[in-house]
Design a protein around this ligand. Structure first.
Ligand code: CIR
Length: 259
């Protein structure tokens, strides 16, 4: 199954509580109205890449619920409900269960430990999981059980220190090509893959998404956009500055699915 071909994307609009979203370093709150507008632009870009966007209910009780990728993993007709590692986000897993059961043929649950979807990189041949402050070894082992129906092996790697999630620093951009920051690629965890390195100084651009024929990335990173365009990719730019204020990027605001 191709890790870059999708038919649908599930999103959850930001609730007004998003201003209380978690952040590693104290800083200004996102502006709610601008966040809503940027989220709408993100959804438009997904539609432009050829997926049907399905909108789930916003969740006021969970300020970070807009980052829906952290609560679940979808591969073909199989969905897995994850165990977000931040205590304030644990309840997002239960909240998404009904949304998944009504759409997927099979829904499994990670039964132990903790795993955030932001730490999971799906390639054509394996599922790479970053051990991080949010994802632990017990969670990776339990994910391996939950994902068995897909036939894909799970491989744990180290997320760089002080990086929130594995995919904060990388993205799959072709079946066998990974776009990665130097600090992550240098760890050797992508041996066997073709690696395109994120230009130094533009590391926040690494959390981009390949959706069908488009690479969707944040505005404000001209060297990255030029590099990808020169490499033959169709680049679509979206603004996500408000999400970035609470450590969110582009991958986390949707669950890309193929069913
Ligand atoms: C958090 O700290 O959990 C949120 N404020 C940001 C989550 C971003 N998720 C992701 O990159 N997968």
């Amino acid at each position: 199954m191709s890790p870059i071909r999708f038919t649908h994307a599930l999103v959850r609009p930001p609730s007004a509580s998003v201003v209380d979203g978690l952040r590693a370093i104290d800083g200004p709150n996102p502006d709610f109205d601008r966040f809503v507008a940027e989220h709408a632009g993100y959804c438009t870009a997904l539609e432009g890449a050829g997926v049907a966007v399905e909108v789930m209910a916003e969740l006021h009780a969970f300020p970070d619920a807009v980052f829906v990728e952290d609560a679940a993993l979808c591969i073909g007709g199989h969905a897995v409900i994850l165990r977000p590692g931040a205590p304030t986000r644990a309840g997002e897993a239960g909240a998404i269960t009904h949304d998944l059961e009504s759409r997927f043929a099979t829904v499994a649950t990670v039964a132990a430990g903790s795993v955030d979807g932001g730490d999971i990189l799906v390639t054509a041949t394996e599922i790479i999981v970053g051990l991080s402050a949010r994802t632990d070894a017990a969670g990776v082992a339990a994910l391996g059980v939950a994902i068995e129906p897909t036939g894909l092996p799970v491989r744990a790697v180290d997320t760089p220190a002080d990086v929130l999630h594995l995919k904060t620093d990388c993205a799959i951009i072709d079946d066998h090509t990974i776009f990665s920051t130097g600090r992550l690629a240098d760890s050797g965890c992508f041996e066997g893959y073709r690696v395109v390195r994120c230009p130094h100084g533009e590391e926040p651009a690494a959390n981009l998404i390949r959706v069908n024929d488009a690479v969707i990335m944040r505005t404000g990173f001209p060297e990255t956009a030029a590099l990808l365009e020169a490499s033959g990719y169709r680049v679509d730019l979206v603004q996500a500055d408000e999400a970035a204020l609470i450590d969110g990027g582009l991958s986390c605001m949707s669950l890309r699915c193929a069913w």
